[in-house]
Design a protein around this ligand. Structure first.
Ligand code: LFR
Length: 490
């Protein structure tokens, strides 16, 4: 039989990609046909997504997929949490905000006065991140004229099909979703004075949303193509594509954010999990993604951007990483989850500031700063994988590192060293693969469960293995950071 060929749209905070994903009985092939830069736009102190521009790039990418072969389906995944509000007639009311916008500063404290952290965790099972949708909505103030809230992939899907809905994996990241009832918590919206009626009906990953609208068909050159709800939260799609064979694995989905944790059958809602600030997000096929957000390669990509803005010559990511590999290990370590690293800006200066406050040697060169970021990130990986295993009562014998970070050999090797277990790195385009596989299944491919999808990835994709090396004192480095973290679990 003909392989299924779909457009997998994977949107990241720093770049968007449209891939042709071809799925056969024993083949799986991804071809990147369109890539564009993305980034939040600062305006008058706010931070906004150019969502119409993103829509245009999605259309251009899908058209390219259609131009180069047959097109059986379209699926969209993106970062979570952010949303657009629609008014009468489905009109978009303003540009969606980035979760890195400062408007939610202090909002969790405000919400806590109505719903305690413990109660909120008992309902949603979500880690406290000040940018969760619930806090963004509270900061909106007024909902005059608002008829619908659509998370970003759902908004783009609406523009393609005219259908509204809330894909379940992404809905689970909002802080308005009841993880046990598996539905919106309208009790929560009511208590916080939020309009629960604007939340659309939930839809399952793997369900067909509908065919593209005539105007879309005309633009891309083919009519009737179904848009399929995938795990529209990029992390949900990435976890689908973790090529795990064994049970006792942890994963790190390493992109702009690093998502560090385990796949479970049911949520862990213990007080210990809440205090450790672990999240229970919904995965494809009813799984739970028990994980923690770690600040991730964002700190490095913002640093590179800062150096480029200052026109420092010779500062390229490969060059920096090559230098960092030769640089002394664990010389300067910082708390990579410090909230001051969340917002865009002069990251190298902030890293130096954090080092100084911590009494660590101040890294002076781009290479030294890069090494400090990578070492600090690895410490956070180590800490959170250990905590996840402990909280869930599971063993971890191997760590799968997927996403862009899997191409960073220094990061992968140090993660293996720090945890004392092998790291299996790749695929880098896990989210797009998970997106494409879920679409293929909806279109009839014989991929009954996650195990079958993962087996297909193992058969078709190279995974690089990093064995742990002894020699560095990770415990000592951790205690230097722990002293600064001071019991704060972010
Ligand atoms: C990763 C991700 C994380 C989410 C963050 C913000 O791209 O989706 O899972 O916490 O972005 O939406």
């Amino acid at each position: 039989t003909e392989p299924i060929r779909v457009a997998a749209v994977d949107l990241g905070a720093t770049s968007g990609r449209v891939m042709a994903c071809r799925v056969g009985a024993r083949t799986l092939h991804l071809e990147e046909l369109h890539r564009f830069p993305n980034g939040a736009v600062p305006v008058h102190g706010g931070l906004f997504w150019d969502v119409l521009g993103i829509h245009r790039e999605v259309l251009a990418g899908v058209r390219e997929v259609a131009r180069t072969g047959h097109l059986d389906g379209i699926g969209i995944d993106s970062w979570a949490i952010d949303y657009g509000l629609l008014g009468a007639g489905g009109r978009l009311l303003g540009n969606p905000r980035s979760h890195r916008d400062r408007r939610t500063d202090g909002v969790p404290e405000q919400v806590r006065r109505t719903v305690s952290d413990a109660e909120l965790y008992g309902i949603t099972g979500l880690q406290q991140l000040q940018f969760n949708t619930i806090y963004q909505l509270v900061s909106e103030g007024s909902f005059d004229g608002v008829e619908r809230l659509l998370l970003l992939p759902d908004l783009l899907t609406y523009w393609l099909t005219g259908e509204v809905g809330a894909e379940r994996t992404n809905a689970s990241t909002t802080g308005l979703y009841d993880v046990r009832a598996r539905d919106w918590s309208l009790d929560l919206t009511k208590r916080l004075g939020l309009p629960g009626a604007v939340l659309p009906a939930l839809r399952e990953p793997g369900s067909v949303v509908g065919p593209v609208l005539a105007e879309v068909a005309e633009y891309v050159g083919v009519a009737g193509v179904p848009v399929i709800a995938v795990g529209s939260h990029d992390t949900a799609s990435a976890v689908v594509a973790v090529p795990a064979e064994e049970e006792s694995f942890a994963y790190i989905s390493s992109g702009t954010w690093s998502l560090v944790g385990l796949e479970l059958e049911s949520p862990v809602l213990t007080e210990a999990a809440r205090v450790a600030n672990f999240t229970n997000e919904g995965g494809v096929d009813g799984t739970i993604r028990f994980l923690k957000n770690v600040m991730g390669l964002w700190v490095l990509s913002e640093s590179v951007r800062t150096w480029a803005d200052k026109r420092l010559r010779d500062v390229t990511l490969p060059g920096l990483l090559a230098g960092a590999t030769e640089a002394p290990a664990l010389r300067t370590v910082i708390d990579i989850d410090d909230p001051r690293l969340l917002t865009p800006g002069d990251m190298p200066a902030r890293v130096q500031q954090l080092a100084q406050e911590a009494g660590e040697p101040i890294p002076r060169t781009p290479v030294a700063i890069t090494r400090c970021i990578v070492d600090s990130l690895v410490l956070a990986y180590r800490r959170n994988i250990r905590t996840a295993a402990e909280l869930a009562g599971r063993d971890v014998d191997v760590v799968h590192l997927v996403g862009g970070g899997s191409q960073n050999a220094l990061l992968c090797q140090l993660t293996a060293d720090a945890l004392g277990v092998p790291v299996l790195a790749g695929p880098a385009e896990a989210a797009a693969l998970g997106n494409g596989l879920v679409q293929a299944r909806a279109l009839g491919a014989d991929l009954p469960d996650l195990g079958a999808m993962r087996a297909l990835i193992r058969r078709t994709h190279d995974v690089r293995r990093f064995e742990p090396r002894p020699g560095l004192d990770w415990d000592a480095a951790e205690s230097r950071v722990a002293a600064r973290r001071d019991g704060v679990d972010r």
